[in-house]
Design a protein around this ligand. Structure first.
Ligand SMILES: Cc1cc2nc3c(=O)[nH]c(=O)nc-3n(C[C@H](O)[C@H](O)[C@H](O)COP(=O)(O)O)c2cc1C
Ligand code: SF4
Length: 195
């Protein structure tokens, strides 16, 4: 009889930069506890929404978020003026870089025996091959690379070396609350459009 936990993996924010936020040393302890609890694998992400877009990095499409997200639509124009005008300065999004959770995953992998899944910023096959070959992670999770190009894993399997069709615009995430999940590839929709 298979153990229910055989099918269950857990994704964590391994650290963030908030003053009283989570630190990697704490996550390593947490990961060991999850290992002991019987989870089948652990996916290493980082950051929370308030942490400079660190979970996804790249562009922060605040204009779309302010227009599309229910929580902001209910705010009045004056409230929305501040984030619209100064939002980029306040959020100050972290620049995109390849495999930005690699070092964190590596640290946690050294502390656990269950498979470690690395997520975040992998758009180039070489980065993915290296992470696995060097033993920094056991598996790779992809989000935006396959939103941009659903065939990307097959392309890697077939030896393609080119990057995923990808511009870090983060519009897929900004539009995701009210619209179909797809790659917008840097193109904003016309206001009111549901395409
Ligand atoms: C449209 C979209 C929706 C997401 N929704 C979630 C979510 O519900 N829970 C979560 O933990 N992460 C969510 N993420 C974050 C991804 O799972 C992933 O950690 C992040 O995008 C970094 O991976 P990537 O560089 O391969 O996109 C979402 C990302 C995108 C782009
Ligand atoms: S909309 Fe497309 S290009 Fe933009 S971040 Fe999402 S997947 Fe990448």
């Amino acid at each position: 009889m298979p153990n229910l936990f055989d099918a269950i993996r857990i994704k964590i924010n391994a650290y963030d930069t908030k003053k009283n936020g989570l630190r990697l040393e704490e996550s390593v302890i947490m990961a060991k506890m999850m290992n002991a609890m019987g989870f089948d694998g652990i996916e290493i992400s980082r950051g929370i929404f308030e942490d400079n877009f660190s979970t996804i990095r790249g562009n922060a499409p605040l204009d779309v978020i302010l227009d599309d997200w229910d929580i902001y639509q209910k705010k009045n124009a004056l409230y929305r003026f501040g984030p619209r005008r100064f939002g980029q300065k306040i959020v100050n999004p972290l620049p995109f870089s390849q495999a930005y959770n690699l070092q964190t995953a590596k640290a946690i992998k050294a502390a656990v025996t269950i498979p470690v899944f690395l997520v975040g910023g992998m758009t180039v096959p070489r980065t993915i091959h290296q992470a696995i070959e060097q033993g920094d992670a056991d598996y790779i999770s992809l989000s935006r690379a396959i939103i941009a190009d659903a065939n990307f894993p097959n392309k890697i399997r077939n030896g393609r070396t080119g990057p995923s069709r990808y511009v870090h615009c983060n519009l897929c995430m900004a539009y995701a609350t009210r619209r179909p999940l797809r790659c917008y590839h840097g193109k904003r929709l016309n206001a009111g459009s549901w395409m």
